[in-house]
Design a protein around this ligand. Structure first.
Ligand SMILES: [Ca+2]
Ligand SMILES: [Ca+2]
Length: 306
């Protein structure tokens, strides 16, 4: 490839020697640039050699302290030797230029945040996966990706309802509405949390027992993950201790779904503030007028920061 480009390089070098002319005459610089661009485009197209890196599937592996490995990694962010190759929906086929050369691929997990399905974000708590590969010309290399949580990720809360239930802090004042552990309803293990609303017991507002000190948070990203299935809307927010006051604020409304989904709620702005002394998260739901009952299932509620 290089010998073919040599005449072009020599030509550009000769033209750069006419620097005085360039400085005096911007039109000449413009013509030179146009000429150089056209010269490059004259290279025969067969010089570009492609191979393909295929990622058919991604998974998540967790240690026991990080709970059940449920995830909703829909996309991957891919880099090769530090160069951004773009965002690809899984299963992904990534064209790789300069086939035949060893490359170091960095693959990062992308998720939809705050219910916004239009954009993907690199999830800050998943390790990137490194693949050192030589993708030959016209070759397809297939690799499944197994993500893990970063060791520096701190889990304030991992509630999988398998051996208990930390969401027992009653706020709404109606003891008949609460999170109960149920069996056989969750695809993630044997148990999940269940909220039933009906009749006069039409509202729930509930939090977990422990409040977490912000002194333990490096004030980077903070996310709440949870799996859910519900036939009534759920509000999710924070209860923050700031300046001697408890401030409750709802951040997001989660809509109904008849299949289990995973939500990634970004609480960085709310919790990673120096004014926050302690924090909790809060779930709430109210039966819409005319509704007779609501069924809300929750599992794998994880509150994570650095
Ligand atoms: Ca569970
Ligand atoms: Ca209640």
């Amino acid at each position: 490839m290089f010998p073919d480009k040599l005449p072009i390089l020599v030509s550009i070098f000769n033209q750069i020697n006419s620097l005085n002319l360039l400085v005096r005459n911007p039109l000449y610089l413009y013509l030179l640039l146009i000429g150089s661009i056209s010269s490059c485009s004259l290279l025969p197209p067969e010089e570009a050699s492609f191979g393909y890196l295929e990622i058919p599937n991604v998974s998540l592996q967790t240690t026991p302290s990080a709970g059940y490995p449920s995830h909703a990694i829909k996309d991957i962010w891919v880099y090769a030797d530090g160069e951004d190759l773009g965002v690809y929906t899984v299963p992904a086929t990534i064209p790789v230029l300069s086939a035949g050369e060893p490359k170091r691929f960095q693959v990062r997990g992308g998720v939809k945040v705050n219910g916004n399905n239009a954009t993907s974000r690199e999830y800050p708590f998943y390790n990137e996966v490194i693949l050192n590969e030589v993708v030959g010309e016209d070759q397809n290399i297939s690799r499944n990706i197994n993500f893990t949580y970063k060791p520096e990720a701190v889990f304030d809360l991992v509630e999988d309802f398998e051996s208990g239930n930390q969401f027992d802090s009653e706020i709404d004042g109606d003891a008949q509405t609460f999170v109960q552990r149920v069996t056989g309803e969750s695809p993630y293990g044997n148990h999940c949390g269940y909220i039933h609303l009906s009749g006069d017991n039409d509202a729930i507002e509930v939090s977990h027992s422990a409040s977490f000190p912000n002194s333990n948070n490096k004030q980077g990203a903070v996310f709440l993950e949870f799996d859910y299935k519900c036939d009534e809307k759920i509000f999710v927010g924070t209860i923050l201790e700031e300046g001697g006051l408890l401030v409750k604020d709802y951040k997001i409304l989660v809509t109904e779904t008849d299949t289990w989904k995973k939500f990634y709620l970004d609480l960085t702005e709310e919790i990673s503030k120096s004014s926050v002394i302690k924090y909790k998260v809060v779930f709430s739901s109210t039966l819409i007028s005319g509704g007779t009952e609501a069924n809300i299932y929750l599992d794998n509620i994880k509150l994570i920061h650095f």
